[in-house]
Design a protein around this ligand. Structure first.
Ligand SMILES: [Zn+2]
Length: 289
């Protein structure tokens, strides 16, 4: 449910690498044109559907699927079908393949994720196959967590987000504005806000969009949250949301405060802000100290 936090040294290396890439484009303001980013990397993109996999008739060697190394040669089309892959990177062909059935806003995330696999030196020499789950923050494989971190940095660059978030409380309205201004999904915006926050902050995605039926799918947390509230598990946060949010089909489900104990047993008042988009229940939570 909660993916691994990429260690500080690797995070810095990824941020430097992504910044260098965007600097080549003059550090543009979002929405970031992924076509321009790919042009710098000399990558192209093709879309496939499982019903019409015309250009996937080739053998894959040395593949990483969901972080696992697969050395046995596999026909690409079989790998896509069996593993339900949504996006691939073929580094030798300098090509990204994306499932055309993915929602447009998810295609953007998938493309930025594959660009990162291509960008990072220590990801080289493998072909990557990503299922829906490896494109999410909860994926436990570190190599996928790194690609997701890079995707966030490409779509919400550091030089942009520092100013954008400065002095603002991490609430759902902020995630929605950021999503709108950057051309990305609300989920990815909320995740990036939590990840970037300098105070204990979390962002939780539960599905489906009704509180009665939902369960936690993903939890993203800031480093200060992990350090001081890392013992708090996602189901505990969801129980609090269920007991305090308004039960409705969609729209704002209310904001409330709730005290959580830190590792030293001290209580801290958290603001919980809950929103349903009909498909998912999204919660941003933070404390000021
Ligand atoms: Zn990947």
């Amino acid at each position: 449910m909660k993916g691994p936090l990429v260690p500080v040294e690797e995070s810095k290396a990824i941020a430097v690498r992504v910044d260098r890439l965007l600097a080549d484009l003059g550090r543009p303001k979002p929405p970031i044109s992924l076509a321009q980013v790919r042009a710098v990397q000399k990558l192209d993109v093709r879309y496939y559907s499982v019903g019409n996999p015309d250009f996937m008739d080739r053998l894959a060697h040395k593949m990483r699927i969901a972080g696992k190394v697969i050395t046995e040669p596999w026909r690409l089309v079989e790998a896509v079908k069996q593993m339900d892959l949504k996006a691939l990177l073929l580094p030798d062909a300098k090509r990204i393949l994306i499932d055309d059935d993915l929602h447009d806003i998810k295609k953007r995330w998938a493309e930025a994720h594959e660009i990162t696999h291509d960008l990072l030196d220590w990801h080289k020499d493998f072909m990557y196959g990503d299922a829906e789950v490896t494109l999410l923050p909860s994926c436990e494989a570190m190599i996928e967590a790194e690609a997701n971190l890079g995707a966030g940095l490409i779509l919400f660059p550091g030089y942009y987000i520092n100013d954008y978030l400065s002095g603002k409380d991490p609430l759902m309205s902020l995630a929605m504005n950021l999503a709108n201004d950057s051309g990305n999904s609300i989920s990815s915006a909320g995740w990036r806000i939590a990840e970037h926050s300098g105070r204990p902050t979390f962002f939780m995605i539960c599905e489906p969009g009704s509180l009665r039926e939902a369960s936690v799918k993903h939890l993203a947390v800031s480093t200060p949250f992990e350090q001081r509230f890392g013992h708090i598990q996602a189901p505990q946060l969801f129980t609090i949301v269920k007991a305090n949010a308004r039960h409705a089909r969609g729209g704002p489900l209310g904001a409330f405060t709730y005290a959580l104990r830190d590792v030293e047993g001290r209580q801290h008042e958290f603001v919980f802000d809950v929103f349903s988009n009909g498909h998912s229940i999204l919660t941003m939570g933070y404390t000021k100290v």
